[in-house]
Design a binder for this molecule. Structure first.
Ligand SMILES: [Fe+2]
Length: 310
């Protein structure tokens, strides 16, 4: 499976796109059951299978067993970059959830995750369709209604007219259609951040020379997932950052980004500082003592700037 050959037949008419499962096996299984009842031909996954809730290995096993074509998200990239012993930043206290996933995944799972492509051509033909986690060449790009037109033009310069690009990463559904391209940003299966705790995914159905996106939400046993997460070794090992993931799962609101904005402010570290995303347990504990989540707005990425955090 390469980035240059379409992975689906050009006459495919319906595709379920899941993404951002983040170790939440109950949300994934509920979404897969919903997809099975929706008259959909194919299922694909747009990255971030791991880190968040406590079941990364189970999620990877499920996706592999089902043979679901998958791109690499930023969280899978972190796992590969942790191999570099010269890079001390990955041993910092804020990376404890990823460190735990690193040791709990099997060698076969590591190898499979490392081979995932950054971008997948899904269909060619009259309704070309391509999928990548953030934006082409940047798995952490935030494409929103705030993204300026020149950036969009650059982004689509190398794609054929009429392309539909599917992105993810922000855990918040959004779409835009221009004369020569369409962009669909998927919601999150396992860690929604738009205030709706139900699992989210998208179904694309062929609509002439394009695709019509249906945003679906699926209720599941969140309470049991929260309890299993809280009782896990992963939660115990993950410290404050693991707890922030737990709060995001519980509330479907942003906790990590405003926390890291607060932490940067406390430590007087700018976004541009080398190694600025590596903190000690003492840094995290001091920030947690003074972090008041209620002062952060429930912001919509399409309606305002993010706090100063990566
Ligand atoms: Fe994600």
């Amino acid at each position: 499976m390469g980035a240059d050959q379409p992975v689906l037949e050009s006459d495919t008419r319906s595709i379920a796109i899941i993404s951002d499962i983040h170790g939440n096996i109950r949300a994934l299984d509920a979404v897969l059951a919903d997809i099975a009842a929706q008259d959909v031909e194919r299922v694909v996954c747009n990255g971030d299978l791991i880190t968040g809730s406590a079941h990364a290995a189970e999620v990877v096993a499920r996706i592999r067993t089902l043979g679901i074509p998958c791109t690499r998200g930023n969280h899978e990239r972190y796992l590969a970059e942790m191999d570099d012993p010269a890079d001390a930043k990955w041993r910092a206290a804020n990376w404890t959830p990823t460190q735990h996933d690193y040791i709990s995944l099997t060698p076969g799972q590591h190898a499979w995750l490392r081979e995932l492509p950054e971008l997948l051509w899904l269909c060619d033909g009259p309704a070309p369709l391509v999928m990548t986690h953030g934006a082409p060449g940047n798995d952490s790009a935030r494409l929103t209604a705030q993204t300026p037109p020149p950036e969009w033009r650059n982004l689509f310069a190398d794609f054929p007219a009429g392309i539909t690009l599917v992105g993810s990463h922000l855990h918040w559904f959004w779409q835009t259609a221009q004369s020569d391209y369409r962009f669909v940003r998927t919601p999150s299966v396992g860690l929604p951040l738009d205030g709706d705790v139900r699992a989210g995914y998208v179904i694309l159905r062929r609509n002439g020379d394009g695709w019509r996106a249906e945003h679906r939400r699926v209720g599941y046993d969140l309470q049991t997932e929260l309890e299993a997460f809280r009782a896990s070794d992963y939660y115990q090992a993950s410290g404050i950052v693991g707890h922030l993931f737990w709060e995001e799962l519980r509330t479907a609101r942003w906790w990590l980004m405003p926390f890291f904005a607060h932490l940067r402010h406390l430590c007087n570290i700018s976004n541009a500082a080398p190694g600025g995303f590596g903190y000690s347990h003492e840094d995290l504990a001091a920030a947690w003592q003074t972090f008041d989540h209620s002062q952060y707005p429930e912001y919509n990425p399409d309606q305002g700037a993010f706090p100063d955090a990566n």
